[in-house]
Design a protein around this ligand. Structure first.
Ligand SMILES: O=C(O)[C@@H](COP(=O)(O)O)OP(=O)(O)O
Length: 438
């Protein structure tokens, strides 16, 4: 049967593109980091942490488990459902996996595997240069979150075969820069309002039809359709199951066809387009401190001059960095209404599944080739073509020149914050002047 999840082979199962809950191995490439005839001289990496169990302080495991248990019982009793018998059996037998709650914010088996994949790719790409594998010449950074610290530790221990947490630097200022910007947070919060473009998409006939199709297939009559929140919980469980244990069958994935997964993915991407993508007005400069850090490294301006800097952060950091670098700009804004199908939108560049799965990584490499210094940029082991740079040989100078304007980062990265700070500063000056005058 066409939509029978259990009988599909692993390749055809509709689990590949799960927005930010996508597994790295679903999208990574195998581009070579080394260039014949050139020497690799500097490496700068920003990586997202590996696949994790959600953080129990912000994620309600009990609510997810309770809602899904109710849905499972309802679906079992829905005589009109058109799930194939194997999928029904899978769903009837489903129980909530308590691993998630017990291991909140820790890497899953898949996440641990991803860190090994990244370390292997690093060794394969740069291992021929002993300096790049010298623990003294690599700077490891992470955020204060457990997921980030565990990722960098796993990565380092796969690289060197030792556990050494005294080499790690914690740097939320650099890696969670968006949290320091009130304007960005206010923009993000506004996106949940009913007038926002993502909300309009969820109210569009196209999206509503998708929710209706999912409900109908699970046997709900027209008068008792599932709401969006419930469908999203089923989808969450489907993609978490895969991120928690890639080899397991996910009963909840059987509720969706590949097309429906695409629509749910688009729904999340639309939100991200405005939160971290080019749809957010300030996002094209918000990550400028991170870009300056990259440029300083490439230009040897970093104190202690490491060969490699590798930082582990969150999806937001990587997405905002790409937006500030301008690497994934779409020429048309993704539509939130009047969509009939996703065929056009499937060609969009802003696809969180592809750009920011678990363990996604931006690798920037500086080489010297004869007398020339060149730069290459890789995302998830795919080489990126920088449209403003000569394709195969992007000169370091040209690369740096393109981002020169970011040097004024302190003043521009978060517009209203600067205004607020200058406002407060101005008031203090005024008060001091008045005191001195009188
Ligand atoms: O997947 C996402 O959207 C966030 C939150 O993940 P959960 O806490 O929901 O797993 O990931 P992160 O910001 O840590 O990279």
């Amino acid at each position: 049967e066409e939509n029978c999840y259990s009988s599909l082979d692993e390749q055809s199962k509709p689990f590949k593109h799960f927005a930010t809950k996508t597994i790295y191995s679903m999208v990574n490439g195998s581009a070579q980091y080394s260039i014949a005839g050139c020497t690799t001289v500097k490496v700068w990496i920003l990586s997202r942490h590996g696949a994790v169990y959600p953080n129990a302080s912000t994620f309600d495991f009990d609510d997810l488990s309770a809602t899904l248990n109710t849905l499972r019982t309802e679906i079992e009793g829905n005589s009109m459902k058109t799930l194939c018998p194997n999928d029904s059996t899978l769903l009837n037998a489903w129980i909530f996996n308590s691993n998630g709650k017990d291991n909140s914010d820790h890497l899953t088996t898949e996440g641990l595997r991803e860190m090994k994949t990244l370390a292997d790719a690093y060794k394969e790409g740069f291992g021929s240069n002993t300096d790049l594998l010298d623990i003294e010449k690599i700077r490891f950074r992470h955020t204060t979150e457990h997921r980030s610290k565990q990722s960098v530790l796993e990565f380092a221990s796969n690289l060197f075969g030792i556990e050494k947490d005294d080499i790690l630097e914690e740097d939320d200022d650099l890696l969670k820069f968006y949290e320091k910007c009130p304007t960005w947070k206010a923009n993000r919060d506004e996106l949940s309002g009913s007038e926002s473009k993502p909300s309009k998409f969820e109210n569009s006939p196209f999206f509503k039809q998708t929710i209706k199709d999912i409900s109908t297939r699970l046997g709900y009559p027209d008068t008792e359709q599932l709401d969006v929140e419930k469908v999203k919980k089923m989808w969450d469980m489907c993609r978490y199951d895969k991120a928690w244990d890639m080899a397991s069958e996910s009963a909840w994935c059987s509720a969706f066809t590949s097309e429906q997964v695409n629509v749910l993915e688009y729904d999340e991407d639309l939100k991200l387009y405005f939160t971290t993508g080019q749809g957010g007005k300030i996002n094209s400069r918000l990550a400028c401190h991170t870009v300056v850090d990259l440029l300083d490294h490439l230009e040897n301006k970093t104190s202690s001059s490491p060969m490699t800097i590798i930082s582990f952060a969150d999806a937001e950091a990587l997405q905002l960095l790409l937006t500030t670098l301008g690497t994934h700009n779409d020429t048309v804004e993704p539509p939130e209404e009047d969509l009939n199908d996703l065929s056009d939108m499937n060609r969009r560049k802003w696809k969180s599944s592809v750009i920011s799965p678990y363990a996604s990584n931006l690798v920037v490499v500086k080489y010297t080739c004869d007398e020339e210094e060149i730069v290459k940029v890789f995302l998830n082991q795919h080489e990126l073509q920088l449209d403003w740079c000569e394709n195969d040989k992007c000169k370091l100078k040209e690369f740096i020149e393109n981002y020169r304007w970011m040097e004024k980062c302190d003043e521009t990265f978060c517009p209203n914050m600067a205004a607020t700070l200058y406002g407060v500063f101005g008031m203090v000056i005024l008060a001091v002047s008045l005191i001195l005058i009188y």
